[in-house]
Design a protein. Structure first.
Lengths: 380, 195
């Protein structure tokens, strides 16, 4: 293990000298966690995530992570990281697809207990017959769990977002979990050139004294709440406490906006934002959209691109403002249900303006030509 | 209600008032305070607190675990300063010693609980309350319930980044702010007597 110096997060993110390395998304996770000063990492294998937590295990063997073990399943892993976070340490885990759904009950309890856990989700299809192929449908299920949701386009995004996620999650006024999503295989198993800081620096450790909730003990919530809870009481006082509690979790997500603006440079990025047709999407669908935009512009069509980096909180006002100038919004997605198109339609009050297409799923790739077809159709 | 026009005012606001953060109210930056949802300077925030405290019929401080328990250096000094401030104001102190839901119910005459703070406010007819040393999550849960069901004016004295759901909120507030408040209260009370 290389001796590491603690630096302030802004230095690590923006100022530190960076080295160019060629690696997979899974290896990018390893390099982020190497510098994240993580206390506890708990793993359970599931394709396409397995390699990333395996590599985090290697970091434990080298001394970069203080504690690491394998849980008996995803529900156990997510419950165990909750326990570690309640005790006041920085924790990391990762899962994907069916693993996400197997652990599902725990995600809203992370948010409700104000736990600043960072979890990487390497997205994968969830259906029968069983698939291991890439698909972003699990993000639809996680939208209202209270966690913040960042969506990486590339391995570089994945590396950077994981590191930044710890700092945003641990702000006193935020202090909710962050899910960093990457499209399985497309990001995790392909190699790209990354620019990353040297491994001799790391983030400051987590300080639980600034938490908006006290650390766990048997006389204070959430643990006390779980064994003698107001959830069991049927009266208005109990309902009001629950309602206010849930509102506070939503409020915490709202408060994260200013930190995400600062660290991610905005909840979205644009290219040619004044164009007549905007491609609005997230994850690796941004890559294909960028290709389609370039092809369309070469043919003289007015096309721009909006890359959503953050899904929760949702950049509703930003999208509304961009959409006001555009004639059509095309939303390419890697899932069957079109959850992103639904999100965008919910903030744009103009029937017919948002086109929820093209969609591919079940592991299919998305040829840019499919997007180009939509562009041509709406440009006629 | 339009998000831009939302004000954090004494209630009762209704069955289920929204979180102020969800209505566009943002926390103050360093050197600033929040008054009824609007950003003012920290000094203006202090002065507004003094005004509310000395004009209240029954002001009460709600100290939480972060100031009630001597858990780190400096807390005992803050607690002593709080006691001095309460004496200067002529305010009662009703503690929030922990956050446990208690059944069949708390004794509202002697304590306040974040899950039903309205009971203590109603029982004691409190018209201005000050949260201090309460973990931020529980303060926010309680402040919304108070705004929903009572007409009590809420003040949050926060050592972290503040509270949108209080009518007045300081951020990064510590011993020096408590002492400054005490001086301001004594000065204003002297002026009132002098008048």
């Amino acid at each position: 293990m290389i001796e590491q110096k603690v630096v302030n997060p802004e230095f690590l993110f923006f100022t530190a000298e960076k080295k160019k390395l060629f690696m997979t998304g899974s290896e990018a996770v390893r390099e982020a966690i190497r510098k994240a000063n993580v206390d506890v990492a708990i793993s359970y294998p599931i394709t396409p995530q397995s390699e990333s937590m395996h590599l985090v295990g290697d970091l434990f063997a080298e001394g970069y992570v203080k504690e690491y073990f394998r849980g008996e399943n995803e529900f156990a892993v997510m419950s165990s990281v909750a326990g570690a976070a309640m005790a006041g340490v920085r924790v990391f885990t990762a899962t994907g697809g069916p693993g996400t759904l197997r652990a599902f009950e725990v995600f809203p309890t992370w948010a409700g207990a104000r736990l600043p856990i960072v979890c990487a989700f390497m997205t994968r299809g969830v259906n029968s017959p069983l698939t291991i192929q890439p698909d972003t449908i699990e993000m639809a299920y996680l939208l209202e769990t209270g966690i913040l949701m960042l969506h990486a386009e590339t391995a570089q995004d994945l590396h950077d977002m994981i590191l930044k996620a710890f700092i945003v999650a641990e702000k006193t006024d935020v202090h909710v979990p962050v899910g960093v999503f990457a499209d399985g295989f497309f990001v995790t198993h392909t190699k790209e050139a990354l620019e990353i800081p040297e491994p001799d620096i790391k983030l400051p450790s987590y300080d639980p004294n600034n938490s908006p909730v006290p650390p766990m003990d048997m006389e204070s919530v959430p643990v006390r709440q779980m064994r003698d809870p107001f959830v069991m009481k049927s009266n208005f006082i109990s309902y009001a406490a629950h309602a206010s509690w849930q509102q506070e979790v939503d409020a915490a997500r709202e408060r994260s906006r200013k930190y995400l603006e600062k660290y991610l440079g905005g909840l979205l990025e644009t290219e040619n934002e004044d164009a007549d047709v905007l491609l609005v999407t997230s994850g690796t669908a941004v890559c294909q959209s960028r290709e389609a935009m370039a092809a369309a512009r070469a043919q003289g069509l007015s096309v721009g691109l909006v890359k959503l980096k953050c899904i929760r909180p949702f950049p509703a006002q930003e999208i509304k403002a961009l959409a006001a100038k555009a004639k059509a919004i095309i939303v390419p997605e890697f899932n069957r249900v079109g959850w992103l198109a639904k999100e965008i339609k919910s903030v744009i009050d103009e029937p017919g303006k948002v086109i929820g297409a093209p969609r591919v799923y079940g592991g299919m790739t998305m040829p840019p030509e499919l997007i180009l077809d939509e562009i041509r159709r709406v440009s006629r | 209600m339009n998000e831009m026009s939302y004000k954090v005012l004494p209630g009762p606001e209704g069955f289920l008032p929204p979180a102020a953060a969800s209505m566009g109210i943002e926390l103050p930056e360093v050197g600033e305070a929040l008054v009824e949802g609007g950003v003012v300077s920290a000094q203006q925030g202090l002065e507004k607190i003094v005004e509310k405290l000395i004009s209240a019929k029954n002001p009460v401080f709600f100290p939480g675990p972060l100031i009630l328990w001597n858990w780190k250096d400096g807390v005992a000094e803050k607690a002593a300063a709080l006691k001095e401030l309460a004496e200067a104001v002529g305010a009662k102190i009703i503690p929030m010693p922990d956050y446990r839901p208690k059944y069949p119910m708390i004794n509202p005459a002697i304590e306040v609980n974040p899950n039903h703070p309205n009971l203590t406010i109603w029982h004691n007819k409190i018209d201005v309350c000050v949260f201090i040393g309460v973990h931020c999550h529980y303060a926010n849960v309680a402040l919304k319930i108070i705004r929903g069901g009572t007409s009590c004016y809420t003040i949050a004295f926060c050592g972290e980044v503040g509270h949108e759901d209080a009518m007045i909120s300081l951020r990064g507030a510590g011993l020096s702010e408590l002492k400054k408040l005490t001086e301001l209260v004594k000065k204003r009370k002297g002026e009132v007597k002098g008048d």
